[in-house]
Design a protein around this ligand. Structure first.
Ligand code: PNS
Length: 174
């Protein structure tokens, strides 16, 4: 059991490529239950990322610049090892819809098998964020769509920058 004077820490793991309003919603809900939420950005060379892990961490830190209880950093290896290194009581994941359920249950059971002391806590985002995913945001953005409603302003600015750069704007070639 965690002694009462120790902060309750949660790990919110994911790809966050990029962080969306849905992720922000889950972090803020997590802060109602935990003293600190550590957003763990998986370094996953297998996926074709839009942002590098360090860029994703920088964006998350910018989004939560006014929230000292939120930290962001990269991690690799097993999530439960990382959670235990950080002395986290729980792994937090967002559940948007029934379609998330099977994958999330598989991960939660595997993680419980690997580290029975680390709980998984599922949080439900606001219904306005229930259809959101980083994958869709990237797809819409890459096809020229407006994603301003789905991502924090810092992420939107960064995406716009990238778009201008690829159009040959003042930052082209960076
Ligand atoms: O945002 P995502 O891609 O759905 O997040 C998936 C993530 C990072 C939570 C999962 O891939 C993970 O935990 N990876 C770390 C490696 C690991 O521990 N794998 C076993 C999980 S059961």
């Amino acid at each position: 059991m965690t002694p009462v004077d120790q902060p309750r820490i949660a790990i919110f793991p994911g790809s966050f490529d990029p962080i969306t309003n849905g992720h922000v919603d889950i972090v803020r809900r997590g802060l109602r239950l935990f003293d600190r939420v550590i957003v763990g950005v998986l370094v996953n060379p297998g996926k074709e990322p839009h942002f590098t892990p360090d860029e994703r961490v920088a964006l998350i830190r910018e989004v939560f610049a006014d929230e000292p209880a939120v930290e962001a950093e990269t991690f690799d290896g097993l999530l439960v090892d990382y959670a235990q290194r950080k002395r986290a009581a729980a792994i937090v994941r967002g559940l948007r819809a029934v379609s998330d359920f099977e994958y999330e249950m598989q991960m939660a059971h595997m993680n419980r098998h690997l580290a029975p002391s680390v709980e998984t806590v599922f949080l439900i985002p606001d219904e306005t964020n229930s259809f959101l995913s980083s994958r869709l945001v990237k797809e819409v953005f890459s096809l020229g769509g407006d994603v301003a409603a789905f991502v924090p302003p810092a992420v939107h600015r960064r995406l716009q920058h990238a778009r201008e750069a690829t159009k040959g704007g003042p930052r082209a070639g960076r």
